[in-house]
Design a protein around this ligand. Sequence first.
Ligand code: ZN
Length: 134
Amino acid sequence: MPKKIDHIGLAVRNLEEALKFYEETLGIQSTGVEEVEEQKVRIAFLPVGESKIELLESTDPEGPVAKFIESRGEGIQHVAVRVDNIEEKLKEMEEKGVRLIDKTPRYGAGGARIAFLHPKSTFGVLLELCERDE
Ligand code: ZN
């Protein structure tokens, strides 16, 4: 069973500008910036209690985050739920007929293992399954 909301992913045009707001104005300290080449993003996590905000800036105009912003503007791009065993969960989802974007887990920022479920199966939200040691 999913344990908690691991993080909420926000697509932003400019990571430094967004960080300025979240860190200086709102007062949440980020854990640093990381580039995830495979997903064509630079990201920063901002821990808030048990969960985090993830800011995502595209490094490529053809990347998924750039395309999201182009069609929907900046804002919530995905919701990530923490699971214990991502392979098991993915298998279970597939058996239940859920449309998967990733059939096998891939690398996620901060050393997580992640996989996305298609919004068509989740009532409109890009849902990320996320497994990490913590
Ligand atoms: Zn994420």
